[in-house]
Design a protein around this ligand. Structure first.
Ligand SMILES: *Cc1c(COP(=O)(O)O)cnc(C)c1O
Length: 370
């Protein structure tokens, strides 16, 4: 039984998934009940309304069976109860709304740039936003005092700083401050922030969870009933809901998350190692886990732009987490924090052959800086 929603359709899931490892959960969770004749995959439920009497969903903005399947799967991976949103930013905005009018939020200086843009809008409306170096734990703890919410992103986008989640979650809880963690980069395979004391996890499911750059979707997850109810209410009244087809695509993608991410992480380790020895690379940022690597290119923005443009296998494009390798200079965006170096290329390492990836990247770096 779900600790929050108590919905009967989650009963069977909780039972037959108990004790399974993440590699099994991504495959087994969110399936239809095992009864004769049932489909293997949860169907795409395309219905705006439901026959009376109102026993369950009732109307398509309240819920949807395809959402429920994805929510069950992400929920068991993150150890909480999940809610699907129309995009990562819809989930981010729903969680950020826990900051009351005129309240104070602590946030990483370097973070996903549209989250930073949302905070800038909040600041213009009277919130106080305290930007911190998220890896400087004592400084962050000091900044939490008197705040309403701490926004965590770890590793950060695109500078790949790592926050001490257990220490910061504990410090926040002691002070009655809500904590939220954007877990997009680590995925629930590498870290489960709710188990580390964080109150709410959000994801851009557009990225690793879906994994094929063919869908935009977001998820928020919590173990706290009051927070779940508030997030669900925001989804209902704000109305920016996910399409059933998008939820289905995300669930389809999630089935291979474990094998995709394993390969992506292995490729990333190798790319980070080889990049460190390349004369055109001033600095490699790689936290030692995950599949995102950032490099700072000798020669500044122009050289970095030329290197990204000179790749033939890596694609110069925004976004991340798909099977295909993407590379991008982040400071070309006005919304990016000025603390992100101009020469930084963010690389989302895909599942291609690692020697092909390295050959392509190194020739582009050679040509751009030679
Ligand atoms: C992409 C991203 C988001 C926003 O997600 P969308 O699905 O694009 O709305 C939020 N956080 C991080 C860390 C991201 O990379």
């Amino acid at each position: 039984m779900s600790p929050v929603t108590g919905t009967p359709e989650r009963d069977h899931a909780a039972d037959h998934l108990a004790g399974l490892a993440p590699a099994s959960l991504v495959v087994a969770a969110g399936r239809p009940p095992r009864i004769p004749g049932a489909p293997v995959n949860t169907p795409v439920e395309l219905s705006a309304t439901y026959a009376a009497p109102l026993t369950g969903t009732g109307y398509g903005r309240n819920g949807n069976a395809t959402w429920t399947a994805l929510e069950e799967a992400v929920g068991v991976l993150e150890h909480g109860d999940a809610l699907v949103f129309a995009s990562g930013m819809a989930a981010v905005a729903a969680a950020m709304a826990f900051v009351p009018a005129g309240g104070t939020v602590v946030a990483p200086r370097n973070a996903y740039n549209i989250t930073t843009a949302l905070l800038a809008d909040y600041a213009a409306e009277g919130h106080t936003v305290r930007h911190v170096e998220i890896a400087d734990t004592p400084a962050v703890v000091a900044a939490i005092d008197g705040a309403d919410l701490i926004w965590l992103e770890s590793p950060t986008n695109p500078t790949l700083e790592v926050a001490d989640l257990p220490a910061l979650a504990a410090a926040a809880r002691e002070r009655g401050v809500l904590s939220v963690c954007d877990n997009t980069f680590a995925t629930p395979l590498l870290q489960q922030p709710l188990d580390l004391g964080v109150d709410v996890v959000v994801h851009s499911a557009t990225k690793y969870l879906s994994g094929h750059s063919d869908v935009l979707l977001g998820v928020a997850v919590t173990q706290r009933e009051d927070l779940y109810t508030a997030l669900q209410r925001r989804r209902l009244v704000h109305g920016g809901i996910a399409g059933p087809m998008e939820a289905w695509l995300a669930l389809r993608g999630l089935r291979t998350l474990h094998v995709r991410f394993e390969r992506q992480c292995a490729n990333a380790v190798e790319i980070a190692r080889r990049a460190a020895d390349h004369p055109a690379v001033d600095r490699v940022r790689y936290p030692g886990f995950g599949a995102m690597v950032s490099i700072e290119v000798r020669g500044g923005a122009a050289a970095a732009d030329a290197a990204a443009a000179g790749c033939r296998l890596w694609l110069d494009a925004t976004s991340l987490g798909g099977v295909e390798s993407l590379i991008e200079r982040r400071r070309k965006y006005a919304a990016e924090s000025p603390t992100v170096p101009e020469s930084l290329l963010r690389m989302s390492v895909g599942i291609e052959d690692v020697d092909d990836l390295w050959r392509d990247l190194s020739q582009a770096l050679d040509a751009a800086t030679g």
